[in-house]
Design a binder for this molecule. Structure first.
Ligand SMILES: Cc1cc2nc3c(=O)[nH]c(=O)nc-3n(C[C@H](O)[C@H](O)[C@H](O)COP(=O)(O)OP(=O)(O)OC[C@H]3O[C@@H](n4cnc5c(N)ncnc54)[C@H](O)[C@@H]3O)c2cc1C
Length: 414
């Protein structure tokens, strides 16, 4: 970490954002061609992310963090994701799901052991929840953790786990005894890399985001000390997961805005240069309509995200979580439409693999799928609306929200 940049982020955020824009424009974007399935984000570029404090963006200063508020984090995410969102993927799981779960629920010793090393980027985190039977239905976790003396024995398989092949620390959700499908039976464990019994499969081939690896993780009689339970208590794993998920969801919404700004810029640059029928295609009304729709929808998403972020200082309330779902749902769907228009404006060039727009189009497709699919967020939003309606009229619910929306939207104690 560069001490001057870290100090700048803490004391003069506007100037720090300028330095992030310079990083994005001068270093990250020109090096996007080096982000590959085989090489991931090369170490010299990861060092740039570390130096600029990006692994520290969600943590308070006492753990080496930048001490930013939610709105500042949102603005930083938007700025950095004007470059490939693969760069963001290099630090996003660490700063969102992993750091937030530890910060909000871990013991003092666990925080002291890990948070400073995660904030500096010395350690990379992975978050292992998803399994074959536990996707949107996250409570379907079947990976088991059985107590044997002073250790827990983990057995099961996780899939689609970001950073699996490069992570130093894994937050693993496993069932410690309560019946299947009950969130209270899920416990979060801190598992360090190379723990015997934990094996990482070869990294997955994906549609996009080359350089942001995911892989399956298998646990076969993997022993971890009882002291590795996050917060030292069984049964709070779902809360640990939700702590990070809300931050992650807002940051995915921000990523959609950054990528939409980039796509619009690419489409506009192309449109003003490309000539057909003896004129720039940007002079055609139908092309202008597409450009205008890109700008208007991006601004709408950015405005709703910044307004939502402005009001959040601490764990979000129920209403704020519903607003985060609105942001995640709207912004990720929006960037899909923007990417589609950008390809259309580029014509054949937008379909060829040597243009950034083709790659960005594939990259942003993921944003609608993880951190809750669009359909899951629609469920959360509607559930909140129905509850609000019942509360304001002081009447019984006539329409029960779906079980999935209930699980994905709220920690078990709500
Ligand atoms: C690149 C990538 C990285 C990932 N990284 C991680 C990671 O680091 N850690 C981790 O734990 N997981 C990770 N995931 C997993 C991701 O969170 C899940 O893929 C996601 O939650 C969806 O689960 P699923 O794929 O099983 O889809 P499913 O849940 O099977 O959904 C399939 C379809 O059914 C719909 N559906 C399901 N339930 C409902 C419902 N109740 N109402 C309406 N529609 C519904 C969905 O919207 C979707 O359209 C990653 C996934 C990908 C692709």
């Amino acid at each position: 970490m560069d001490k001057k940049l870290i100090q700048l982020a803490r004391t003069d955020f506007e100037s720090y954002l300028v330095s992030i824009r310079e990083l994005t424009e001068n270093i990250l974007r020109p090096n996007e061609y080096r982000l590959t399935h085989k090489d991931g984000v090369p170490e010299d570029l990861t060092d740039q992310l570390r130096k600029h404090g990006l692994f520290a963006m969600t943590l308070p200063e006492e753990y080496g963090g930048l001490g930013l508020n939610t709105e500042q984090q949102a603005r930083l995410q938007i700025e950095i994701t004007r470059a490939s969102c693969v760069y963001r993927a290099r630090f996003s799981t660490t700063v969102g799901l992993v750091c937030q779960g530890i910060l909000q629920h871990a013991t003092k010793d666990q925080k002291n052991d890990y948070l400073c090393r995660l904030a500096s980027g010395e350690m990379t985190g992975a978050f292992a929840l998803t399994e074959e039977a536990a996707g949107s239905d996250a409570a379907g976790v079947t990976t088991s953790a059985k107590l044997d003396g002073n250790t827990y024995v983990l057995n099961g398989a996780k899939r689609y786990i970001s950073n699996a092949n490069i992570a130093d620390l894994f937050v693993v959700m496993a069932r410690t005894g309560r019946p299947h499908k009950m969130t209270a039976g899920i416990t979060a464990f801190l598992v360090e890399k190379n723990t015997p019994g934990m094996t990482i499969a070869p990294i997955d081939m994906k549609m996009g985001q080359d350089g942001a690896p995911t892989a399956e993780i298998n646990f076969t009689d993997c022993r971890v000390p009882a002291s590795s339970i996050v917060g030292g208590r069984e049964g709070i794993g779902f809360k640990v997961a939700m702590a990070g998920i809300n931050t992650a969801r807002l940051h995915v919404a921000c990523t959609s805005v950054g990528q939409a700004e980039r796509l619009t810029e690419e489409a506009l640059n192309y449109a003003v240069k490309r000539r057909q029928f003896d004129q720039s295609i940007s002079e055609f009304q139908s092309v202008q309509n597409m450009l205008a729709d890109c700008r208007a929808e991006t601004l709408a998403a950015k405005s709703m995200i910044l307004r939502t972020a402005e009001g959040i200082s601490g764990p979000p309330s129920k209403a704020q979580r519903a607003d985060i779902s609105c942001c995640k749902y709207f912004a990720t769907e929006m960037v899909g439409r923007v990417a589609d228009r950008a390809v259309q404006i580029l014509g054949g060039a937008g379909y060829l693999a040597n243009h950034d727009v083709e790659r960005l189009y594939r990259d942003v497709r993921l944003l609608r799928l993880f951190e809750g699919t669009s359909q899951i967020h629609q469920g959360i939003i509607a559930k909140h609306m129905i509850e609000e309606e019942a509360t304001s009229n002081n009447k019984e619910l006539t329409c029960q929200p779906s079980a999935a929306a209930t699980k994905m939207g709220s920690p078990p104690s709500d």
